[in-house]
Design a protein around this ligand. Structure first.
Ligand SMILES: Cc1ncc(COP(=O)(O)O)c(C=O)c1O
Length: 445
């Protein structure tokens, strides 16, 4: 018996007695992949260790914050110092200032930044600023982009006018849902229609410029430019939700890669180095609307928590000093190309999509052709949810289970993406790649 004197199954049974579904965030429950979730007791680098003492290569990496891997030693030493000095002040301190200055001095579109405790809070606050700035009520989002669990964003496309919406969660009032307009990704015509219908009332258009919550759905540059142009033409603000892509695809996220200056941008995950930190940021005139300088109220007891601020800064500094993006790109490219070539050689109808150190494996829908690599697939990549393979979920649960049994922990949902960290050495990636190809093959049959 281990120190918990229980296995994952027994712990889950106990957890279900005291928490809804036994979890504190739904995707952890394994509902999408079947079976009981594994309980982990430790994490280090690229690995997780379960309460049964089984070690797994981890591609979930807490859904993204750990770009350096679990408990990176340089970040850990900063955190140890921080813990010895102060856990929370609820007062002014220099650590959030250092992180804010570090970011604003590097990202030209971040003129001012406010730290919060999660991505959800960041998005919710950015929308409030947009509504105050424009004195308009509606927000437009895209089906297939996730922006956290604020009421107005838990909506799906409705069946009425182009862009109409309905609530997508119990407890979201229809009045609140009706303040959000929903459009399809990658559809200029529908978006233009929605802007024609609602443009004069739109406070903001919010988009994940690299959607990574319904699989990885790289968008066409011209499409994103179209969205930005049309949003601005109707007086709506442009909000890039870079909670996943920020500090992941590069220091300046997708905004930098696309050369687009969003009015507001939201961050989470990497910015806190594995601690609960989010941020909203952007144009100074907009951020000055936030209390105490402006009328938009937003506050937080644990906002800019010193442990998170110092862990975040240590993470970002290490990324910069050690040229981490270059290293990650070369490792992730080698890994992605190798897996794609192996899938191809085995004639498997499965594709690996990769951007920077994010990747996603999915069965190829018949109407999207059989090319295994995104490059060969060209324009026929999946760019929005309705293009998914109808049996993507079933395939993924088999794939997930085979990978898990062989020692690779993937996000327990077909719609979540995988994260490569600096701790995933070429050797670890090679071993994991072989396991994933074998799992993909077994899952197809
Ligand atoms: C793009 C995006 N926005 C917002 C959120 C919400 O962030 P959090 O889970 O920290 O509330 C997420 C979470 O995965 C996300 O991926």
């Amino acid at each position: 018996m281990n120190e918990f004197e229980m296995n994952s199954h027994d712990l889950f049974e106990r957890a279900k007695r005291v928490s809804p579904g036994g979890v504190h965030s739904p995707v952890r429950s394994f509902r999408s992949v079947g079976g009981d979730p594994i309980f982990f007791k430790t994490a280090q680098g690229a690995y997780l260790t379960s309460v049964e003492n089984k070690r797994y290569i981890d591609f979930c990496q807490s859904f993204g914050p750990n770009i350096l891997g679990h408990r990176d030693p340089d970040v850990e030493s900063v955190v140890r110092t921080a813990v010895a000095e102060a856990w929370t002040f609820g007062a002014c301190e220099p650590y959030s200032l250092e992180l804010a200055e570090w970011i604003t001095s590097r990202l030209p579109f971040v003129e001012s930044i406010r730290f919060v405790c999660s991505g959800t809070e960041a998005v919710m606050s950015a929308l409030r600023v947009a509504r105050a700035a424009t004195k308009r009520d509606l927000v437009l989002k895209f089906d297939g982009c996730y922006h956290g669990h604020a009421d107005s964003l838990l909506v799906r496309a409705g069946s009425g006018l182009a862009g109409s919406s309905a609530s997508d969660s119990g407890g979201v009032s229809s009045q609140v849902a009706s303040t959000t307009v929903v459009c399809r990704l990658d559809d200029e015509r529908e978006f233009s229609k929605a802007v024609a219908n609602f443009g004069h009332e739109l406070a903001a258009v919010i988009i994940e410029p690299l959607p990574a919550n319904f699989g990885l759905l790289p968008q066409r540059r011209e499409w994103i430019e179209h969205v930005v142009r049309r949003a601005r033409s109707c007086g709506a603000l442009v909000i890039f939700d870079e909670v996943i892509s920020g500090f992941r695809v590069g220091l300046g996220g997708m905004a930098e890669q696309l050369g687009i200056k969003p009015d507001l941008v939201t961050y989470g995950k990497i910015i806190g180095g594995g601690f609960p930190v989010g941020a909203y940021a952007g144009r100074r005139d907009l951020m000055e609307l936030v209390a105490p300088t402006g009328p938009v109220y937003q506050a937080g007891t644990l906002a800019a928590n010193p442990i998170g601020m110092r862990a975040g800064l240590a993470t970002l500094k290490k990324i910069e000093i050690h040229h981490v993006y270059t290293e990650l790109e070369s490792r992730a490219k080698y890994f992605g190309d190798w897996v794609s070539a192996e899938l191809n050689a085995r004639d498997l109808p499965v594709r690996l999509v990769r951007r920077a150190s994010l990747f996603w494996l999915h069965p190829i829908p018949e109407n999207l052709g059989s090319e295994t690599t995104p490059e060969a697939a060209g324009e026929r990549m999946i760019r929005r949810p309705d293009q998914m393979h109808p049996e993507a979920r079933e395939w993924y649960s088999r794939f997930f289970r085979h990978a898990l049994n062989a020692g690779v922990y993937l996000p327990p949902s077909p719609y979540e993406v995988c994260f490569i960290s600096l701790a995933h050495t070429p050797e670890i990636l090679q071993a994991a790649g072989e396991i994933l190809v074998a799992a993909a093959e077994k899952a197809v049959k």
